[in-house]
Design a protein around this ligand. Structure first.
Ligand SMILES: Cc1ncc(COP(=O)(O)O)c(C=O)c1O
Length: 438
């Protein structure tokens, strides 16, 4: 069989894959929405035959490790953010681990040391915090704002101590933090600003994508997020020095930067002295960082390439669903705190958050929604310090965590993902309004 025959056969297979998508996956007429019986998910993957075709095409290539699709997507992400490099990784959690590990690397000119502090909000996702703790750094918790669910930027400067070296903030539920304030503080106080954009892909602040402000930022491509690769994420790196370290930590900690399957990209593979190794030791297997293997397969990246093409449409659909809830719940402010965002922000909503006012029975509201198959979720982990795994970690708390506890006790969100059908959001709206007798 020559190359032409193989190409023809592949084309035929991929044509069949499209047909298969139509019969097996396409959201169909038979998937009718039944109020109270069909689940209204808070999120989920949204895809068509493009993702399936890319996935099968990549599996037929049988590259397996990160390959052409991964390189393609990395390039597209770096361009999207206007940054030096984007590296694909197997999760948003891994992206955060790499970012904090970069700050602790010996190769980083401003290397952080055990006991150095990182300012971060107490309403957070566990794996935004975990790498800080694991790397021997001390989280300094700052309270969050009600309604934006973000770190209270006005308290950050006062939280800085002698050992404070970095600020690591998630853009909660896709709502950008006040980057004017945080960037100004970071510049004046010489702190490293890092953004966790796992929930915020597509959001902008002052017209610029969030994720391009900090020196590094993370993305998650888990199915609940703005785009998915199944499992996956990315590290966005704004500085060449940090990019090299991030790549090393992602790829076992090695010094070499060859792509999988290639050798001697540096042209000096056997020509250098590294540490106490024999002169000329193989550069491919010299380790200059405490690293991991956090790479993706090319099949994951293949799905990501197809999803990336749709990102603007996905984000717009989320904004449209968000606006629908916002406009139609505005008159319930006596019972509910509606979400807020900065004038400069164009959020990429992960969900529609609400906090019930004092006196409203939070549990009853949640049960009334879940009871008719409307999924609800708490905002991140609530107050992360209340979780068993985080009890007793070395930390410092600046001020009080009053709002953090209110968010833990009285806030939740509902879905705005592109898979939400008009009939679903109408039902959700009616149930919330009915709960308040409206
Ligand atoms: C703010 C934030 N950071 C990190 C993560 C971790 O991402 P992953 O689930 O891909 O590990 C998540 C997950 O949703 C998140 O919401």
């Amino acid at each position: 069989m020559d190359q032409r025959d193989k190409d023809e056969l592949k084309k035929e297979i991929l044509e069949k894959v499209k047909q298969y998508y139509n019969v097996a996956h396409k959201p169909g007429q038979d998937a009718e929405y039944v109020r109270g019986e069909t689940k209204v998910n808070y999120s989920g993957r949204v895809y068509d035959s493009d993702e399936l075709v890319n996935l099968v095409s990549s599996s037929l290539d049988f590259w397996l490790t990160a390959g052409p699709y991964a390189s393609d997507l990395q390039g597209k992400l770096a361009e999207f953010f206007g940054v030096h490099k984007a590296y694909l990784v197997n999760s948003g959690s891994s992206a955060n681990l790499i970012i904090i590990s970069v700050l602790r690397s010996k190769q980083y000119r401003n290397q952080l040391h055990p006991g150095d502090e990182v300012i971060t909000p107490a309403v957070t996702f566990p794996t935004t915090l975990t790498p800080i703790v694991q790397n021997g750094l001390i989280p300094v918790f700052v309270d969050c704002e009600l309604a934006t669910y973000n770190i209270d930027a006005s308290q950050v400067e006062a939280a800085i101590g002698e050992k404070t070296k970095a600020i690591f903030v998630p853009h909660t539920l896709g709502n950008p933090v006040d980057l004017d304030i945080l960037q100004d503080i970071a510049d004046r106080k010489r702190l490293v600003l890092i953004e966790d954009c796992c929930d915020a892909f597509g959001a902008t602040f002052d017209g610029k994508p969030v994720g391009s402000f900090g020196v590094m930022s993370s993305l998650s491509f888990y199915p609940a997020h703005q785009m998915t690769m199944g499992e996956g994420g990315a590290v966005i790196v704004n500085e060449p020095e940090l990019a090299r370290i991030a790549l090393s930590i992602r790829d076992w900690g090695r010094d070499c930067w060859c792509e999988p399957g290639s050798n001697d990209t540096c042209g000096n593979r056997f020509n250098f002295q590294y540490g106490d190794l024999p002169f000329g030791d193989d550069h491919k297997y010299v380790y200059s960082n405490l690293g991991y293997n956090l790479k993706v397969t090319d099949m994951q990246a293949a799905i990501g390439v197809a999803q990336f093409e749709k990102i603007n449409g996905f984000v717009d659909a989320r904004r449209d669903n968000f606006n629908f809830y916002y406009e139609n719940l505005k008159d319930l402010e006596e019972f509910l705190i509606l979400p807020k965002w900065s004038d400069k922000a164009n959020p990429s909503w992960f969900g529609f958050p609400l906090t019930v006012r004092e006196g409203v029975d939070f549990d009853k509201l949640i049960c009334s929604l879940e009871g008719v198959k409307i999924e609800t979720r708490k905002v991140f982990a609530g107050n992360i310090l209340k979780h068993p795994g985080f009890k007793g970690i070395a930390n410092r708390v600046h001020g009080t965590l009053e709002n953090t506890d209110i968010i833990m006790n009285r806030a939740f969100f509902i879905g705005v993902y592109p898979g939400l059908k008009p009939a679903m959001r109408q039902f959700v709206l009616e149930r919330i309004r009915a709960f308040f007798g409206k």
